[in-house]
Design a protein around this ligand. Sequence first.
Ligand code: TZP
Ligand code: MG
Length: 219
Amino acid sequence: MNQYMLKEKMKVYFIMGSTNCSTDAEEVLEKALKGGATLFQFREKGTGCLEGGSRTELAMALQKVCRRYNVPFIINDDIQLMKHLDADGLHVGQEDGDLAEIRKAIPGKLLGVSVHNLKEARHALEVGADYLGVGPIYPTGTKTDTRPVMGYSVIRELRENGIDAPIVGIGGISASNASGVTQAGADGVAVITAISSHQEPDEAAYELLKSVEKGKESN
Ligand code: TZP
Ligand code: MG
């Protein structure tokens, strides 16, 4: 996938695992993709999350849904599972290991890296990351071990310093504040609860997409 296509796929980047959904995860994902989510990351984490075979089974079921909608399927921080499923890519954080080694371990696959500043962004891209996740942009209750809230000015700072790779903002993003993130220079937004906890995940994804596009237009 070239960078232009990848940037298009970043618009509404939906992330979740079973613990983020109050109803069936497959249904939530299907609705999200129907509504307009453009990329999906399987992130099975936290208290009560699935393990072993049931975790793999859920991942496979969600991958199937993504295939039906031609939406890339990314795995959070599990190279083995990514390889086992032949998923489209892997997303890792700063604490998930040596980025250069991870890059080498998954040739030809998308690699996304969470970064918090220019130094981390440059390093991730030097070793061959395909896209960057930046955040938390706004306060979030979904991930407790985050860095301090940074606001969307950090995205503008990355752009002003020549970072032209695909970027998604993450953390506390909803349809009401997504446009600020793309207006600041992000290609899209990554969300968990704005879609997974919404009564109508399809509407949530659609509203996010509209907000993302509005921000891009005024960028
Ligand atoms: N990384 C930084 S913030 C965050 C992650 C995984 C959680 C985002 O969840 P939400 O519900 O969209 O705020
Ligand atoms: Mg991680």
